[in-house]
Design a protein around this ligand. Structure first.
Ligand code: CMP
Length: 139
C-alpha cells in the first residue's frame, strides 16, 4: 500500500471565501507535492457516499447539505508521512480547538464549516483519492 499520500478536499466555505489560493500555498509550503487536483461539485448522492461512515451521526444531514452547497477542490498530496503530517497541518476538526497556525485555525469558522478535509488513515487516503480521481488524473 502507498503510504506517502493523502487526500484532501477544500470545502465549499473555502471556495466561497476565496481561500483556495492561500490554503494551497500553506499546503505546498509545508512540503506537500500536489499529484492530482480539480474543482468539482458533489451531488447529494456523492456526498452521502463519500461520508457514508458518518451516516448514523446526528450531524450527517447538515454535513451533506454543506458539502453540496457549492464547488469544492479535491486533491491528492504526496509527502513522507503524508496522512499524519497533513492532519497536523490542518489542525483539530473543531477550529476552536485547532492549534495556532493550522489551516483550520486560520480559515475555518465552525466544526461544520471547517475549511478542509484530510484522510485519517493510509487506507482511507487510497479509498478517498480513488473515489475522485481516475488513474490518468494522478501524476
Ligand atoms: P471531516 O474531517 O471532513 O470529516 C467529517 C466531517 O463532519 C468533519 O470534517 C466536520 O466538518 C463534520 N462535522 C460536523 N459536525 C461534527 C461533529 N459534531 N463532530 C465531528 N465532525 C463534525
Amino acid at each position: 500500500m502507498i503510504t506517502n499520500r493523502t487526500f484532501t478536499m477544500l470545502k465549499p466555505d473555502s471556495v466561497e471565501k476565496g481561500n483556495v489560493g492561500p490554503i494551497i500555498e500553506k499546503i505546498t509550503a509545508a512540503g506537500f507535492k500536489i499529484i492530482a487536483m480539480k474543482m468539482v461539485r458533489l451531488s447529494r448522492a456523492d456526498a452521502k457516499d463519500f461520508y457514508a461512515i458518518h451516516k448514523d451521526r446526528p450531524f450527517f444531514n447538515d454535513l451533506v447539505e454543506f458539502m453540496v452547497r457549492g464547488p469544492i477542490v479535491v486533491a491528492i498530496l504526496e509527502k513522507e508521512n503524508a496522512v499524519e503530517d497533513f492532519r497536523a497541518l490542518i489542525g483539530a476538526t473543531n477550529p476552536a480547538e485547532a492549534a495556532e497556525g493550522t489551516i483550520r485555525k486560520l480559515f475555518a469558522t465552525s466544526i461544520s464549516e471547517n475549511a478542509v478535509h484530510g484522510s485519517d488513515s493510509n487506507e482511507n487516503a487510497l479509498i478517498e483519492g480513488s473515489y475522485h480521481f481516475s488513474g490518468r488524473e494522478v501524476f
